[in-house]
Design a protein around this ligand. Structure first.
Ligand code: FMN
Length: 254
């Protein structure tokens, strides 16, 4: 691989942030095509390209998608909403047309195609950001995948995995924090965390004014409780798990 001449790429990646507000400027079709082509250079399972990307720019369809994303404003405000899907439909059809026995209607194939979809999505995100665009992932995609299947008319063996909203930034939010590297990197083998490790690794986050306010605003005692009781609750996780499994069954992967 040719190496970039300077540290520009690393510095650029180290400064990136999610953008949730966009100007009215639309994205030139040529630029969008270029970004999609570059995104498709991403590694993918067996070079089968078991993914598809639905690019939605039509205001009416964005409106229809909005409730599936819990009406997050980016869905309608962004000039383009990209739904990255796990897709074994196209590949299966090709196999069937070539007297090849396609065995991709199973969970292993779903995972492989979901990984492909995520890799192409993240490559698109970096490419878009490098061209001055701002992006936001929408994790609501798997919460309401069934509704998105209907709106985008996704056939069997196609399941939406993640959405990226993209447009020209109308905000420049602060960089968000990250845990120290030792919280996420293990050398050679996994070293499980002691009580003291956990306290130390989360101390900076917990002691920041930003998160102290966040805990107070949510009327909770600890930051962890904001996650467990407000943002990502057991009840919701279990409800949306069931819902997603039903989508996988309906779409023929499970
Ligand atoms: C899989 C995934 C799902 C996400 N879903 C949402 C979402 O539904 N709404 C939102 O505003 N941000 C969403 N985000 C953005 C994250 O909140 C954001 O990346 C994180 O807070 C770190 O901030 P940063 O990207 O600015 O560094 C999502 C990010 C990922 C990777």
């Amino acid at each position: 691989m040719p190496k970039l001449k300077s540290k520009v790429m690393l510095e650029f990646l180290n400064q990136r942030r999610t953008i949730r507000k966009y100007t009215d400027k639309s994205i030139d079709a040529e630029l969008m095509n270029r970004l999609l082509e570059v995104a498709c250079r991403a590694s993918n399972t067996g070079n089968m390209q078991a993914y598809s990307i639905v690019v939605t720019t039509d205001a009416e369809i964005k409106q229809q998608l909005a409730p599936a994303h819990f009406n997050q404003p980016m869905t309608t405000q962004a000039p383009a909403v990209l739904t990255f899907c796990a897709d074994f439909n196209r590949f299966t059809k090709w196999c069937e047309q070539r007297e090849a026995d396609a065995g991709y209607n199973n969970f292993q194939s779903f995972i492989a195609s979901a990984i492909d979809a995520l890799l192409v999505a993240q490559t698109f995100a970096i490419a878009a950001e490098s061209e001055g665009l701002g992006i936001c992932y929408l994790g609501t995609t798997t919460y309401n995948a069934g509704e998105i299947v209907d709106i985008l008319q996704l056939p069997k063996l196609v399941v939406p995995i993640i959405v990226i909203t993209v447009g020209y930034p109308a905000e420049m939010p602060e960089l968000t924090d990250r845990l120290p590297l030792e919280a996420v990197v293990h050398n050679d083998v996994y070293k499980d965390f002691t009580v003291e490790n956990i306290d130390r690794l989360y101390a900076e986050k917990e002691n920041s004014e930003f998160y102290k306010n966040f805990v107070a605003e949510n009327n909770k005692q600890t930051l962890a409780q904001v996650f467990t009781d407000v943002r990502y609750t057991r009840k919701n996780n279990e409800f949306f798990s069931e819902k997603f499994i039903e989508v996988l069954k309906k779409q023929g992967f499970f």
